[in-house]
Structure formats: structure tokens, C-alpha cells
Design a protein around this ligand. Sequence first.
Ligand SMILES: [Zn+2]
Length: 288
Amino acid sequence: MALERWFRRQRPTRGEDDPSPAGLWLKCPSCQAQLYRKDLVAHLYVCKECGHHERMPIDARVAMLADEGSFVEWSGAIAPVDALEFVDVESYAERLAAVQKKAGRPDAIVTGAATLDGEPVALAVMDFRFLGGSMGSVVGEEIARAAERAALEDRSFVLIAASGGARMQEGALSLMQMAKTTVALEALAEKGLPYVSVLSDPTTGGVTASFATLGDVIVAEPGALICFAGPRVIQQTIKQDLPAGFQRAEFLLRKGMVDDVVPRGELKARLATYVRLLRSGLPHGGEG
Ligand SMILES: [Zn+2]
């Protein structure tokens, strides 16, 4: 046992922006091109051959959107509770402890204050790598607190969604977050402050069915899967072939479910434009 622990300690630790334990090269899941990891990171996790948008680590997201040195974290003070003492193949408590240790944060979200191209915003970024970005009581609470604090501090609210939906291990407590986040966003609406949501791959389930699709402007990243129930479930239910690109960002743009599809390299500038446009109707300081 002691020997095993010694070997474990000798393993090199991975960097924050390192998405997998593999080597220096990665294969693009879309075009199969071999990509140099450092290049992929420098290109905001977008394949330079085909434009495939890879899922992005939470810290890289914050760094991409917040003006340098402006981000002040609000989240992190609350941690989930295993109220149901839920066990599937593994207990929720054990699963949670392992993923918390790996992620270095208590749950699948980071919120905080920042400026985005000079605009005061509250930023909320979800982490798909943390239990599939699932929304439990802490994710819901952090979003609700961030929205309410944004309203108090006259900040626009910018959210990057990435989620497999509700967190099954928290049962009904997880579903209640849909109502809580929806109500909290009203604080922004009452002050006329903009809420812009960005749907990244994937945004599904109870997250799609609540705060993620309540933005004044709903932006999606290219190719992102955005749905309530996934294509496989729908196909098996209706027993019909689904159209090409079903439930992807571009398909939903054509159907009017999202307002814009923005490549990652242009996202910060576009978000700043939307926030500025939406705030321009407000009296000075956003009061009113
Ligand atoms: Zn590619």
C-alpha cells in the first residue's frame, strides 16, 4: 500500500489547461487531424483545420472572457450535501470527493465579477468536466446568488452554459434549482440589466429548460448540442430518422431557438456588443 502511494506521488501533475492525460498531440474528433496540444490551447480549443469547437476548461473560459486581471471570484464558499445518501455504482459522496479533488473546486460552476471589454459584468461559467456540468443545489444557488448580486451591483450577467442537465444524485433538490434560478434572474429584469447566455457543447436537460434559455440574447457556440432530451432518446421515441444537424446550434438558429451562433474567437467582442446595446437604453448607471 505504501509503495503504491509512493508511485502515485511520482506521477507528473497535469496543468490547468491540459484536457486529457494523453501526449503532446491530440486527434480532432471531427476531422481526425493531428493537433499539437499547445496550438489547440492557443486557438481557444478550436481545431484550426475544421473549426471544431472542443469543450473548454473553466479557467480558460474565464481568461478568455474577463479583461486581464479583472476577475474576482464570488463562488466557492458552498459545497454540495449528499442529502439523499445516494448510491449507484458508487456513492455520491465518494464520487463528489474525487471530482472535487481533481477540479480543485466544490462544484461545477465558477461565478464572479469582471469587466468584459470594459463592461462591468457578473460572469458564470459551468464546467462540463465536473460530473457532466450537472445542476445540483450548489450550481443553482451560485447562479441565483450571482444574478442577484449582479442586479445589486449594476452588472450585466453573462453565463456560459455546459451541462448534462439536472444532477440525478440530488433528486428533487436538483429540479428545484430550475425554479430558483429562474426567479433570481428576475432581479436583473426588474432593473433592466442585460442577461446574455451562451450555450456551449453540450447544454441539455433541466439547464436548457431553465436559466440557460432565458437570456435576453441567447448565443450558441458552433456545433453545440442544445436540447432537453437528446437525439437518441427522441429518435427511439418517435421512431423516425432525424434531420441532419438536429439539435445543433446552427439548426436551432434556423428554427429561432437561439439568436446567434458565434465562433469562439469572436465571442468576447460579440458579447461586449450585446451587453452595450442592451444597456444603452438604460438611464446612466443602469438605474430604473
Ligand atoms: Zn478538426
